[in-house]
Design a protein around this ligand. Sequence first.
Ligand SMILES: N[C@@H](CCC(=O)N[C@@H](CS)C(=O)NCC(=O)O)C(=O)O
Length: 203
Amino acid sequence: MKLFASLTSPYARKIRILLAEKRLPFELVVDSPWEANTRVPDINPLGKVPALVTDDGEVFFDSPVIAGYLETLDASPAMLPEDRLEAVRVRQTEALADGIIDAAVATVLEGRRPQAQRSESEVARQIDKIERSLAELERRAHNRQWLHGDAIGLGDVAVGVALGYLDLRRPELDWRARNPLLATLAERLCARESFVDTKPPVS
Ligand SMILES: N[C@@H](CCC(=O)N[C@@H](CS)C(=O)NCC(=O)O)C(=O)O
């Protein structure tokens, strides 16, 4: 299978980490949808990465859908629990983590607008979303090594990627000061080969 991804996309990083944890072979096609010669819109009408093309030519996007597809491949470790309600809870954690990334991306894009068009109140609104979601994840991390169950799962991977993205794009938020349990989780995740090998280049 082929994964279309940019090296800086946190959503794509989540999938690259899942593939690495499961030791699933794949071809990484580096393609930035922001470039004029991108092939991504031919594969994903939304023009976004990640997009996964299976060996049969079927295309899956976006990252939660790809994560769900990878669970069907019967490659261990499982990143979602068998219990369906518990799996929905893990998905909820993933949604929180992805929402943190969405909000952080929105602040980055706002900062790239011409000075006169930038809205500080919009940036503040997005940062409130990030802070509230971090507080909720910190609450969920209480008394746990992993966010769900007793092994690394999709929720941990998604949260680790979101925290890494905050470090990269909004380091001034200093989220560790208010969320010590997430800081410990991030340290544990960042030591894993899958996280080390997918660290985004500084750009
Ligand atoms: N919800 C999507 C978000 C994907 C996304 O926004 N990817 C960005 C890269 S980080 C992108 O391709 N942006 C191009 C665009 O918006 O045109 C997912 O989880 O896959």
